[in-house]
Design a binder for this molecule. Structure first.
Ligand SMILES: C[S@@+](CC[C@H](N)C(=O)[O-])C[C@H]1O[C@@H](n2cnc3c(N)ncnc32)[C@H](O)[C@@H]1O
Length: 328
């Protein structure tokens, strides 16, 4: 018998079994099951032969994915992708493959450090792996590539939302500070032909960029004199002291008439108002020394760097554009 009522015990069971869902999705993308299922429905033994898996175990994994709504199990025992499962396909325009790989591999093991970090403070990733996140990525290039891939997909989604929601046309020059591979800057420039943009990031990151770029350290100096300074998903990587230092560097470079734009998720005052933003804060806690912040916390951070929060524009892509100007 099925019922639409969820008991507290059912709800708790699903939460406690979350570890299964993360790993079922991880197995699916590592074995490239979504790509193998892109055509007609397939049987478990056919798929096992194709992807190099144990047929009996794979069938149970496929049924697990079907129970979660990622696959559909047909009456004849074959499996097909659902609309949810299609998002795991590397070729899907909104593919979430990178995000799933990062969670199932890197992030999953980092969470083993959450209990000790909660007791004593510290970063779960470092407690679990014995070294900082980026040092670990440097030592494991395949995990570094998976992490970058998850960033690219997120950045592309967010860039489309930012460009649609915020009018950059009043600026003539813009610096994308910590712009990474420049996906957001490229999208902003494509939508605003009158705008000239400079990508600023660490020298090794911008070295091969096609966009005009400057390499450097945003704790020391960023290119001066632009109309607008954009920092997308940069400030959330840092604690308050470091974040204030980055903003002060930008303030020093800004003419008094310039605008500073942060692209960040905003933490709600109460967790239930935006669970996805709260989960992102936990990713930052688990992996780095960073944190997501509320609107009030961003206003305080900006004020500490001589900047005033002017307005916040929602993008519908999980991030907001936080506009600030120099405090006279
Ligand atoms: C989370 S990524 C954000 C990338 C991009 N803005 C986006 O929205 O996807 C943070 C960026 O800060 C850059 N970064 C870190 N430390 C830096 C430093 N000291 N100076 C300049 N850039 C730095 C990193 O290389 C990385 O590209």
């Amino acid at each position: 018998m099925t019922t639409s009522m969820t008991t507290p015990a059912d709800a708790l069971s699903r939460l406690a079994d979350g570890y299964l869902a993360t790993q079922l999705l991880y197995v699916a993308v590592e074995l490239r099951l979504p790509e193998s299922l892109a055509g007609p429905p397939r049987r478990a033994d056919e798929l096992a032969a194709e992807v190099g898996a144990d047929p009996a175990v794979l069938r149970r994994v496929l049924r697990g994915l079907a129970a979660e709504g990622v696959l559909e199990e047909l009456a004849d025992g074959r499996f097909a992708l659902t609309a949810v499962g299609e998002l795991l396909d590397a070729d899907h325009p909104s593919s979430m493959r990178g995000a799933v790989r990062a969670r199932g591999g890197l992030y999953y093991t980092a969470l083993a450090g959450l209990l000790p970090a909660t007791r004593t403070g510290g970063t779960p990733f470092e407690l679990a792996h014995g070294r900082p996140f980026f040092a670990h990525l440097a030592a494991h290039p395949e995990q570094g590539a998976a992490f970058q891939a998850s960033m690219v997909a997120r950045s592309r989604r967010e860039a489309a939302g930012v460009v649609a929601a915020y009018d950059f046309s009043r600026f003539a020059t813009l610096v994308d500070v910590g712009g990474g591979p420049g996906l957001l800057l490229a999208a902003v420039l494509a939508a605003n032909p009158g705008l000239t943009g400079t990508l600023f990031d660490r020298p090794e990151v911008v070295a091969g960029a096609e966009l005009p770029h400057v390499g450097g350290d945003f704790f020391a100096q960023v290119p001066p004199g632009a109309d607008a300074y954009l920092l997308s998903r940069v400030i959330h990587d840092w604690d308050d002291a470091e974040a204030t230092a980055i903003l002060r560097t930008c303030r020093r470079a800004m003419p008094d008439t310039a605008t500073l734009l942060l692209v960040e998720a905003l933490l709600p005052e109460r967790a239930a108002q935006d669970p996805a933003a709260v989960r992102m804060d936990l990713h930052m806690l688990a992996l780095l020394h960073g944190r997501e912040r509320t609107r009030r916390e961003y206003a305080e951070l900006l004020a500490a760097a001589g900047l005033r929060l002017v307005r916040v524009v929602a993008t519908g892509a999980g991030v907001h554009v936080i506009e600030a100007c120099p405090e006279p």
